[in-house]
Design a protein around this ligand. Structure first.
Ligand code: A2P
Length: 318
């Protein structure tokens, strides 16, 4: 398995299991099965509302001897309603407790967006706090304090633009060691990739398959598909594999981590085997031409009237 090596020598497997949208009642089996198949990187988050069940899966996988804790890479994320300095450590500890872990490998700030205490998802602009009220620098200092406890080995961010990473770098005592963003052939993020590379910040690609199982409420009309995109289908035929495997192989080929979600044993196996697919120069050229900066996860749900957030300022692009 290809890995990303962190400054302290820790190695994160490029291919991980995504757990956003993995329902309780099925995520336990998915995680157990993924570990049996060979996945050694599991991506979690408090807001996915499934960390307790995943924690049970970790506990049982360790006690049954399927894997040892030190051989798994486990990431989780701080939710938007816990950005104030006094809120970060308790949220972090809750995630550790839910996951039944002594430590995380990586803890990320989920979004550069702040919600009021206790708000999971906003229903009006009144549910938000601005980044002036709770600056990212305040949240980041509390994230750094999590590293000081040695209960997370690394910290990073998610959904951060070049501009926001730049701001963070100005005051950070610990440089963010990851930016997890949506990334796939329709949203290749080359500028962000180059910028992060120049600061030795690796990227993780979320929604690598286009997240077809997202709720309709956060889908747009006539979304372009990737699993059935003719370029991807054609390359998959040439390799005798599936479209999903090409999308996963493409992310790994660029040196980015990638976290396809599945709760299906057959698809977990196929996704794991994608690491054995090697793209040709022609494949790379064809996929490079697919880029259209298309977001499936648009962030419009943060641009509620009165929230103080806009989509343009979220991504820092027009
Ligand atoms: P399932 O969990 O039933 O396998 P993303 O990682 O971009 O969020 O996409 C996840 C979606 O893609 C889920 O609907 C998941 O369904 C589906 N999926 C995962 N692996 C594959 C695969 N190998 N082929 C087709 N669909 C897949």
């Amino acid at each position: 398995m290809k890995t990303i090596t962190f400054k302290n020598g820790d190695k994160m497997p490029l291919l991980g299991l995504g757990t956003w949208k993995s329902e309780t009642g099925e995520v336990y089996d998915a995680v157990r099965q993924a570990i049996r198949i060979g996945f050694r990187h599991i991506d979690c988050a408090a807001i996915y509302a499934n960390e307790k069940e995943i924690g049970q899966a970790f506990h049982d996988a360790f006690s049954d001897g399927d894997v040892q804790r030190e051989d798994l890479w486990i990431t989780s994320k701080l939710w938007n309603s816990s950005h104030k300095k006094g809120q970060v450590m308790p949220a972090f500890q809750k995630t550790l407790d839910d996951l039944q872990l002594e430590y995380l490998d990586l803890y990320l700030v989920h979004w550069p967006v702040v919600l009021k205490d206790g708000v999971s998802f906003p229903t009006s602009g009144a549910d938000f706090l601005t980044l002036d009220e709770v600056p990212i620098t305040e949240t980041w200092q509390a994230m750094e304090a999590c590293v000081d406890t040695q209960k997370t080995h690394h910290i990073g961010v998610s959904n951060f633009s070049i501009k926001k990473i730049g701001t963070l770098l100005q005051t950070a005592r610990i440089v963010p060691e990851m930016n997890q963003v949506e990334m796939h052939p329709l949203l290749q993020q080359n500028e962000l990739l180059d910028y992060c590379k120049s600061h030795s910040i690796p990227l993780t690609a979320y929604s690598p398959l286009g997240s077809p199982d997202r709720a309709d409420s956060i889908k747009q009309d006539n979304e372009p598909g990737m699993l059935d995109h003719p370029v991807i289908v054609n390359i998959a035929e040439n390799h005798g594999c599936t479209s999903a495997q090409i999308l996963i192989a493409w992310a790994m080929d660029r040196g980015t981590s990638v976290i396809p979600k599945s709760v299906n044993p057959g698809r977990l196996q196929l996704n794991f085997e994608a690491q054995n697919i090697h793209l040709t120069e022609d494949d790379r050229t064809s996929i490079a031409a697919m880029d259209r900066h298309y977001r499936y996860v648009t962030g419009t749900f943060w641009a509620v009237e009165g929230s103080g957030y806009t989509v343009e300022e979220l991504w820092d692009e027009r």
